[in-house]
Write a protein that binds this ligand. Sequence first.
Ligand code: UDX
Length: 440
Amino acid sequence: MRISVIGCGYLGAVHASAMVELGHDVVGVDVDGAKIAQLAAAKPPFFEPGLPEILTSASASGRLRFSTDIADAADATVHFVAVGTPQTRDGRAADLSYVDAAIEGLLPFLKPGDLVVGKSTVPVGTAARLASVIAGRGNGATLAWNPEFLREGYAVRDTIEPDRLVYGVADERAAAVLDEVYAAALAAGTPRIVTDYATAELVKVSANAFLATKISFINAMAEIAEATGADVTQLADALGHDTRIGRRFLNAGVGFGGGCLPKDIRAFTARAEELGRGESVVFLKEVDAINLRQRQRVVDRAIEALGGSVHGRKIVVLGVTFKPESDDVRDSPALDVAVQLKGLGADVVATDPQGIENARLRHPQLSYEPDLDLALRDADLVVLVTEWRPYRDLDPVRVGASVRARTIIDARNVLDPETWRAAGWHYRGMGRASGASVLS
Ligand code: UDX
């Protein structure tokens, strides 16, 4: 099939390359000329494991092109809209201007039988509105909503082998077209659920709301665990054995960040309020509040660890991205903690395997040191805020020899407290028993 992907950011660039893997001819379109030039040279403008490989093979096959001119989408019969829906200035609702502009841009080129497929995360009701915009033009094209559930760090796999496909459609033909697009994934056994527009839109926002709730739930338990001397990681393991609950997304720590969960729960709340149903999701405000509190708890812990003030003390912040295997620093809890500590007068040195460039653009006031060993030298305090593999694998004995004081705050609960304590470190996790050896 001939496919266009409008918007070649994170979602679109991965989707365009993955569609070639699934056997289609694809043109990726974006208004950002620099981004298109990089993609056309098979160089992803961001870090995503596996993307360079599929981008290179897709480009070499001659079945993937990139363009800044939306007219190049005219040959395609299926048009994915994968543009961003950032937070509006007031920090609540979703800004739909890019989605609206993408549809407007496509309208002159749509032909009878074309299918426009929304992938962006949008407030419930958007698809129905856009379907009538398209129908109003009378060019015989229709709309489907096919939300994307990909995780950064696993985006390629999540796109080629998704857990499920959700089609929000207004007619059977649209579902048949999507079946053809995803034939390879369906043949591999991917379940597909065909719904109306509103349900498809709601699946996406409620999935993210649920994941955010799960994380804030365990972080709330971490707060209680701390007050009682209990250990939240053992609690999560025990809870996780209940198959109704499951262990995933029960890692307590500094909380969630990134370009999706925080903004999506706020946009969902705003939309529910617009619909007169604000009270149904009022708990999401608490989910957000618990989440933001974790960042403060890490900062407070740092102050406490340094005897009441961080002023003038060297604090090494391990990680600036919102999670490992990504260079994304959007709403990153790690960066927020680093900035807060700096604001309190600490001599903060932040390090990260991939995120320094993006972090520097946002927070040039921080000091960055890409070399982990150099960063750690003479530290008064180490704070692990993003659980990259090199930080999980740190040898407490070796690191202990180069720091000024052996104090570590493990804000992701990924280190073994016993090993670190045995190497002479003062170890503090989040909601973990604070000293006494735990029988296993
Ligand atoms: C999320 C959804 O998982 C994905 O389905 C959706 O399409 C986009 O939003 P992503 O933002 O890539 O994906 O990251 P995710 O892996 O969900 O992690 C989100 C945040 O939660 C990260 O900051 C992560 O560190 C944090 N997290 C995750 C926890 O704090 N604890 C956990 O147990 C799991």
